[in-house]
Design a protein around this ligand. Structure first.
Ligand code: EPZ
Length: 421
């Protein structure tokens, strides 16, 4: 699918099931490498990043296939030769979370070669914190033009204090720690729900991990890990995306399997905008009767703060809200790619600084031709198109498919006139 067409200005009405979480399932798939057996990952979203991880796991000897929405992964016969040879050639796709393979491969084989995961348009995406932490386990790195060769004579548990609660680095340390001899303590760990998901999977496989979801995680390493079954929770960012569509265009929606307990800060902002919401037994009900009121100041922060992945989505809502919103992005250095396109649709935006913008809401946006430059910005342009008058065409949909199984199908279930070509 190349482009998405939206006929905006229609209030939303309907219900949709929220897909499994992309950012939870990717590290769990990397963790299957550490299990000597068969795993069933339930509610696995069918996304390009998941297919990419599937290819990487297959290339190192995992038997892996979808069975409905369950992804079955048998990591019994993963072998080293294929690992060191293959990961050079097969690249690690353009997928950021492939760096999490480093911890898993070192844990299973004591060696890995990965091409640099590379930056992307939202930021440089360095991996210095990952490398610093893994060195403390006794890992040696040799870097060449294309990537990193990592190896160890044996992983030993250690204490790591993170300078920043990096999600990916916390995941890598957990994956290395469960394989290391002795105890590992992480201070300043990321607290995102995706960390808890990874640790839940590993505990089901036989690991002993405590404190996930807090800043201090303790791991008793070196225990044998067996295959297991794990159900991926709903995706908090996909649920937030559809909630923002309702906030921007008005209406009422029911988001089945939305992980409401992981969305507190988003819901607080939605309430400030004038939305009514309530948790039902199997999902989240959201109603927006009036034009949204602007939230005066939103600052992105590590979890449980306001999620950076929701920043562009709330900018799109702010573009049609009553009043002004000051948005500050503190996680990534370049995450305002949608500004010129929102302005092309009639939004009034003032750039205060490289990481701070002020949006003055307008009564209505005008549909126009816009382009996605990255995943969440692309989704935000769709939300803007849903609120706008007339037709909006969003190009660059390959970025959006990395995080949304079928955003057109889902939004049509909520009454949006949208289709992809
Ligand atoms: C994860 O990225 C998510 N990706 C991102 O979601 C999410 O935005 C981010 O966490 C923050 O919540 C996946 O889970 C696959 P970080 P990650 O390490 O692990 C800097 C999406 O839209 N940093 O917490 O890469 C880094 O440059 C994606 O689904 C270092 O400086 O995030 C960034 O500025 C986008 N050195 C900040 O920390 C390091 O070694 C946050 O990065 C690592 C990170």
């Amino acid at each position: 699918m190349e482009s998405i067409y939206i006929h905006g200005g229609i209030r939303l009405q309907g219900q949709v099931r929220i897909q499994g979480s992309k950012n939870a399932v990717l590290p769990v798939l990397a963790a299957t490498i550490l299990t000597k057996g068969k795993n069933t990952i339930r509610n696995c979203p069918k996304l390009t990043d998941v297919f990419c991880m599937q290819t990487l796991l297959k290339n190192i000897g995992c038997r892996i296939h979808f069975h409905g929405t369950d992804l079955k992964v048998d990591a019994t016969d993963v072998d080293l030769l294929r690992v060191s040879g293959r990961l050079k050639g097969e690249a690690v796709c353009s997928m950021r979370s492939s760096i999490t393979l480093l911890g898993a491969l070192l844990g299973r084989f004591g060696e890995a070669y990965l091409e640099y995961p590379g930056g992307c348009v939202i930021g440089e995406r360095p991996i210095d914190i990952h490398l610093m932490a893994l060195e403390k386990f006794g890992v040696t790195f040799e870097e060449d033009a294309g990537g990193i060769h990592a190896f160890t004579k044996g992983l030993t548990g250690t204490n790591v204090k993170l300078p920043f609660p990096s999600v990916g680095a916390t995941e890598n340390i957990v994956l290395t720690g469960v394989s290391a001899r002795g105890k590992t303590v992480i201070e300043g760990a990321a607290r995102e729900p995706e960390i808890v998901s990874l640790c839940e999977f590993l505990r089901l496989a036989g690991a002993k991990i405590y404190g996930d979801g807090t800043e201090r995680i303790e791991i008793e390493g070196g225990l044998p890990l067996h295959g297991t079954e794990y159900a991926v929770p709903g995706d908090r960012i996909v649920a937030g995306t559809y909630m923002c569509a309702c906030l921007a265009a008005g209406g009422e929606v029911f988001l089945r399997e939305a992980p409401t307990e992981q969305m507190a800060r988003q819901l607080y902002c939605a309430e400030q905008m004038g939305a009514r919401w309530q948790t039902e037994k199997d999902g989240l009900y959201v109603q927006m009767s009036e034009r949204p009121c602007a939230v005066p100041y939103i600052r992105t922060e590590p979890y449980p703060g306001f999620p950076t992945d929701m920043q562009s989505l709330f900018l799109a809502v702010a573009a049609v809200a009553k009043g002004e919103c000051l948005m500050e992005e503190t996680i990534f250095e370049n995450r305002f790619h949608i500004l010129p396109y929102l302005e092309k649709m009639g939004a009034e935006i003032e750039i205060i600084d490289t990481n701070k913008v002020r949006v003055k809401g307008v009564d209505t946006l005008q549909g126009n031709l816009v382009e996605a430059k990255e995943l969440r910005g692309g989704a935000a342009l769709i939300v803007a198109g849903i609120a706008a008058k007339d037709i909006t065409i969003v190009e660059g949909c390959k970025y959006i498919e990395r995080g949304y199984e079928n955003i057109c199908r889902d939004l049509r279930e909520l009454g949006v006139r949208i289709y992809g070509v």
